[in-house]
Design a protein around this ligand. Structure first.
Ligand code: BTN
Length: 332
């Protein structure tokens, strides 16, 4: 596991301020308020996070190409300096699933906003017992601990907050339209780009903690994702024709999700959040096929309840469903 510390953050911040230029060793010692040896240790550790840092003899250090550092926990903590969430980012090169350490840490009392990020998952999990593929170098997969002031019956709204955050981030950052399919899949022309999984520990009347895991097919060849696992899928690389900075995507999602979760905790904010979700949700107004356990139903999606269920009209009658697998009969 790789994590950041105060010295690494101070050194990286100073190097990022004047990219391509040399910052002297004594300056870095002064800025970080540590010894030369500590600066040297921090530089070495930042190299492990993927940064190219050149030591120029008798002059200092220069930041080079940082392309391989796009999941750096130090970079992410700096990017999230002005938010409450993301104060601690724990990074693994490879994990079975980011959900597991996040849940374990939450059980042990870790604070809301702690982020677990991985470059690869070997047993990534999706909703409804499905698998989620996260190959090395191309995936965005992370889990965030949330301690929401929400009743257990409304926990679905947490995934709505995450879905709004992903949808807003992808559309704003990349200028492309995405579909938000109920409850929280993000699609591009009918093919899945992102999935969200929220797991909770609660007792009647109280959520102890929730862990929301977000997986985005980012810099990967979407043909690498098997159809039997995910249905039709695509990736940001395939859509945009260029790789994305994964840390920037995560930082933006976290900022928006924190805002939406806080908003959910008040009656007025909760209504605003559901309205925002409904504005973005492309399932509404569509004819859909619903698969639930052994049943398959066909109906029209007409609304979303206060606790995040979908309201369908099936054979002239309204039905509310909390969890189901939905297929749109028309692709927007
Ligand atoms: C789905 O669409 O079924 C949800 C997919 C959720 C995948 C993410 S990736 C990060 C976190 N770790 C996991 O094992 N799953 C979630």
């Amino acid at each position: 596991m790789i994590r950041s510390n105060k010295t690494k953050k101070a050194v990286l911040k100073a190097l990022l301020e004047i990219p391509g230029e040399i910052v002297s060793g004594p300056d870095l010692c002064r800025i970080a308020d540590v010894s030369r040896q500590s600066v040297w240790k921090a530089v070495d550790s930042l190299r492990v996070e993927g940064f190219e840092i050149e030591a120029v003899p008798h002059k200092g250090y220069r930041l080079g190409d940082s392309g391989t550092a796009d999941l750096s926990p130090t970079w992410l903590e700096l990017a999230l300096e002005n938010t409450c969430w993301g104060e601690t980012v724990l990074f693994w090169k490879s994990l079975a699933s980011t959900q597991e350490p996040a849940k374990e840490l939450a059980r042990q009392g870790a604070p809301e906003g702690l982020l677990v990020v991985a470059d690869e998952q070997t047993s990534g999990r999706g909703r409804l017992g499905r698998k989620w593929q996260s190959p090395q170098g191309g995936s965005i997969c992370f889990s965030v601990i949330v301690r929401p002031n929400l009743l257990p019956g409304r926990i679905q709204l947490l995934s709505f907050a995450a879905a709004i955050a992903v949808h807003e981030t992808l559309e704003n950052n990349f200028g492309v339209s995405f579909e938000l399919k109920w409850p929280n899949d993000i699609l591009y022309r009918g093919a899945k780009v992102c999935g969200i999984l929220t797991e909770t520990a609660s007792e009647p009347g109280k959520v102890h903690y929730a862990v929301t895991g977000i997986g985005i097919n980012a810099n990967m060849d979407s043909r690498a994702i098997s159809m039997d696992v995910a249905g039709p899928s695509t990736s940001l690389l395939a859509i945009l024709g260029r790789p994305v900075h994964r840390g920037e995507v995560i930082a933006s999602i976290i900022r928006i999700m924190e805002r939406e979760v806080r908003s959910l905790e008040t009656a007025q904010g909760s209504k605003k959040c559901i309205d925002e979700y409904m504005k973005r949700c492309s399932t509404l107004g569509q004819e859909v096929i619903v698969r639930q356990e052994d049943k398959t139903l066909r109906g029209k999606a007409v609304g979303i309840s206060d606790s995040g269920e979908i309201i369908l009209v099936i054979s002239g009658k309204e039905r509310t469903l909390a969890a189901a697998d939905i297929t749109h009969l028309r692709t927007n």
